[in-house]
Design a protein around this ligand. Structure first.
Ligand code: MN3
Length: 200
C-alpha cells in the first residue's frame, strides 16, 4: 500500500508562502486522497503495491486496461506531490549552485531569465496542471496529474503545482503572487545536488 511521505519540515514552516491551513489541506487532504484512490484502484492487482510509484507513473500504459487511467491520475498525483514537497524547504538558498547554476546560465542567459521563463510558463498554464524544469533544461507544462517521465527520458529537477487547490486558499485568483512566493521556498541545495548526481 502507498503511504503519505513524511516531510522534511513542519506544515507551518513554509510561511508566508503557504499558511499552515493551506498546507494541511494540500498535504494531509489532497495528497492523501490521491494515495487513497491509488490504493483502492490497485485492490485487484496487489502486486503493484510493491512497485515504486515512479515505476507506475512511467509505465502506466503497460498495466491492465482497467487501471491505466486511475493509475495515470492517482499515481501521478501521488508522485507529483511527493516531488513537489521534496523540492521545497523553509531554509531555501536563493539560487542553484555548481554544475546546475552553470548549465542554467548557459541555457537561459541568467538565473533571473530562467525564473522569468519558468514563472511565465506556470502563470499561463490553462486549467489544472504542473510546470516542470527537466534535466535537459526544458521547461514544460503537463495537464492534470501527468508527469514528464511517462513521455520521455528527461527527468524532473523542479516542479510547481498550478492546480487551484495549490494556492486558492491563500492567494485566491492571484496565481502570479503564488509563483513569486514559490521562489522563496525552493530547495536549491537539494536540486543542485540531484543534478550533480544525475550527471556524474
Ligand atoms: Mn496539488
Amino acid at each position: 500500500m502507498f503511504e503519505l511521505p513524511k516531510l522534511d519540515y513542519e506544515l507551518n514552516e513554509l510561511q508566508p508562502t503557504f499558511t499552515s491551513s493551506l498546507m494541511e489541506l494540500h498535504y494531509a487532504k489532497h495528497h492523501q486522497t490521491y494515495i487513497d484512490k491509488l490504493n483502492s484502484a490497485l485492490e485487484k492487482y496487489p502486486e503493484y503495491y510493491k512497485k515504486p510509484v515512479e515505476y507506475l507513473v512511467k509505465n502506466y500504459r503497460e498495466l491492465p486496461d482497467e487501471i491505466q487511467t486511475p493509475v495515470r491520475n492517482f499515481a501521478g498525483g501521488h508522485y507529483n506531490h511527493s516531488l513537489f514537497w521534496r523540492y521545497l524547504s523553509p531554509n531555501s538558498s536563493d539560487a542553484p549552485t555548481g554544475q546546475l547554476a552553470d548549465t542554467i546560465v548557459e541555457k537561459f542567459g541568467s538565473f533571473d531569465d530562467f525564473k522569468a521563463q519558468f514563472s511565465q510558463k506556470a502563470v499561463s498554464l490553462f486549467g489544472s496542471g504542473w510546470t516542470w524544469l527537466l534535466d535537459d533544461m526544458t521547461i514544460i507544462n503537463t495537464p492534470n496529474q501527468d508527469n514528464p517521465i511517462s513521455d520521455g527520458d528527461a527527468k524532473p529537477l523542479l516542479c510547481i503545482d498550478v492546480w487551484e487547490h495549490a494556492y486558492y486558499f491563500d492567494y485566491t485568483y492571484r496565481r502570479a503572487d503564488y509563483v513569486s512566493g514559490f521562489w522563496k521556498i525552493v530547495n536549491w541545495d537539494k536540486i543542485s545536488a540531484d543534478y550533480e548526481k544525475q550527471n556524474s
